[in-house]
Design a protein around this ligand. Structure first.
Ligand SMILES: Cc1cc2nc3c(=O)[nH]c(=O)nc-3n(C[C@H](O)[C@H](O)[C@H](O)COP(=O)(O)OP(=O)(O)OC[C@H]3O[C@@H](n4cnc5c(N)ncnc54)[C@H](O)[C@@H]3O)c2cc1C
Length: 447
């Protein structure tokens, strides 16, 4: 089989398939050509941070990593082998990590690494496309033709997401503008954080003053008018936000009986309403400043951020519209996608996507129909995220909001996340036993 792209997803997938005895041709443009973010010649390059984020089972990416360990992930094996001290996070020595992964791939007799830019999805089947957020233009054009131009995006404008538990519900009110909606739930679809005139002016001043992440050279900062970063709006004039995402028209605060001067609206991220995004608040503000400034919004004083806002170059397909649950193109069976190009944001999530795609492809090569992991697991959460929100699909890190909500006894947040993690690992073990003959705890191959 063929894999395009030897990054986090592509290398993990190639090694998983080889472990199952499958021959893989792995096509990679490096070192002949690099994406604008790459500097090294090794495979599996970490282009920015050297962190695989939180290690604890109290956060979703910690759970995802533990599941990957149990599934025998090579990327997590290499990360564990090259880790550097980083408190509660799993961080690595990036050069040793990339060199370790490159060795695994290059020394594997079942993997043939072929160097050169790929301009179109190869004809052989199955094929896995894992070319990441900076997929070359020629290949991106070919993908656009296959999935439809409206289902391939080049830019990513993300609003911050806060957990429901961390909102001060006494200070906010639920309502849709003009009470619109057919059901009571629709009429109360938004959570509104009301601002006085003074609080609004302070917020605009803070947004203007906050440190912004500069666009990198390849991220030509031409924004769509429809998703301007809030700081760009704040720069246009003091009232611009009050006429844009913060407009209060059609909303009455039941606590005062009056229309607030401005509002920040929150919209739920998931059916169980465990997380909310700040509607229209896509931003390039630095993460620390997002935390400091947005915590001044009434109701968000103790907000816990599941994801910070961002606006950056990012090639991704509308996975919910074009992929089936086995990450295969609905329109072209045999063509699979994995990694950031499917909207699984982050190093860990991208590698996990590669791992899943490899299992699905391996199943089909062996004549079995793949069974996706349970929705209670973090891997199942990735599949859920790739199926949600077809009309407004955005890449996302893994969060507990992608995983089946906790339906056991009422628990405080930390205890609930721990319980969800325990449930996930137990369900994963059952799922694994039903396929590759059971858990591979501690058994990832490193050579
Ligand atoms: C600038 C930037 C910074 C990021 N920082 C972080 C971060 O700090 N932390 C984090 O968790 N995530 C970060 N991400 C998000 C993302 O998780 C990583 O980009 C991750 O590497 C994605 O894994 P992947 O396997 O999907 O793609 P990649 O790791 O990018 O791998 C894709 C591979 O495909 C190759 N390729 C591309 N096009 C072609 C072609 N036409 N022919 C042949 N080969 C091709 C590339 O050379 C590359 O080796 C960042 C993304 C970007 C763009």
């Amino acid at each position: 089989m063929t894999i395009v792209g030897a990054g986090l997803a592509g290398c993990e997938a190639a090694l998983q398939l080889a472990k199952r005895g499958k021959r893989v041709v792995l096509l990679e443009q490096k070192p002949e050509k690099r994406t604008p973010a790459q500097i090294g010649d090794d495979l599996c390059e970490l282009v920015c941070s050297n962190s695989f984020r939180g290690a604890s089972l109290m956060n979703a990416v910690g759970l995802l990593k533990e599941e990957m360990r149990r599934l025998g992930s090579f990327v997590i094996g290499a990360a564990d082998a090259t880790r550097v001290p980083a408190g509660g996070a799993l961080a690595v020595d990036r050069e040793r990590f990339a060199s370790h992964m490159s060795d695994l791939v290059r020394k594997n007799e079942l993997i043939e690494l072929v160097v050169g830019e790929v301009a179109a999805v190869p004809d052989s089947r199955p094929v896995l496309v894992a070319t990441g957020p900076l997929t070359g233009d020629a290949l991106a054009n070919d993908i656009a033709q296959r999935v439809g131009a409206e289902s391939l995006y080049y830019y990513d404008a993300i609003a911050p997401i806060v957990t429901a538990d961390s909102i001060d519900w006494q200070k906010v009110f639920k309502a849709s503008r003009w009470d619109k909606g057919e059901t009571e739930d629709d009429k109360k679809a938004y959570v509104n954080c009301p601002l006085t005139e003074a609080a609004y002016k302070d917020l605009v001043r803070d947004i203007r003053a906050a440190r912004k992440i500069e666009a990198r050279e390849f991220e030509d900062a031409k924004y769509f008018e429809g998703c301007l970063p809030i700081e760009a709006m704040a720069e246009r004039g003091e009232r611009t936000l009050a006429f844009g995402p913060m407009k209060p028209v059609g909303l009455v605060n039941p606590q005062t009986g009056r229309r607030p001067h401005a509002v920040v609206q929150l919209r739920t991220e998931d059916e169980a309403a465990t997380a909310y995004n700040l509607v229209g608040f896509q931003t390039r503000m630095a993460w620390d400043d997002q935390k400091r400034v947005f915590r001044k919004i009434p109701g968000l004083e103790d907000a816990e951020f599941q994801r910070f806002g961002a606006v950056h170059r990012n090639t991704f397909i509308n996975a919910p519209k074009v992929l089936d649950p086995s990450m295969q193109l609905l329109a072209e069976p045999g063509v699979y996608f994995a990694g950031q190009i499917t909207g699984t944001e982050g190093y860990v999530e991208s590698a996990a996507g590669g791992l899943l795609a490899a299992l699905f492809i391996s199943d089909r090569l062996e004549g079995r129909e793949p069974v996706p992991p349970p929705a209670t697991t973090a891997h199942g959460g990735l599949i859920t995220q790739m199926a949600r929100n077809p009309d407004a699909y955005q890449p996302s890190n893994i969060t507990f909001s992608h995983i089946t909500p906790w339906d056991g006894p009422r628990l405080k947040k930390r205890a609930k996340y721990e319980a969800m993690s325990r449930r996930a690992l137990a369900d994963l073990d059952v799922w694994m036993s039903a396929r590759d003959g059971g858990p591979a705890v501690g058994g990832y191959a490193t050579g």
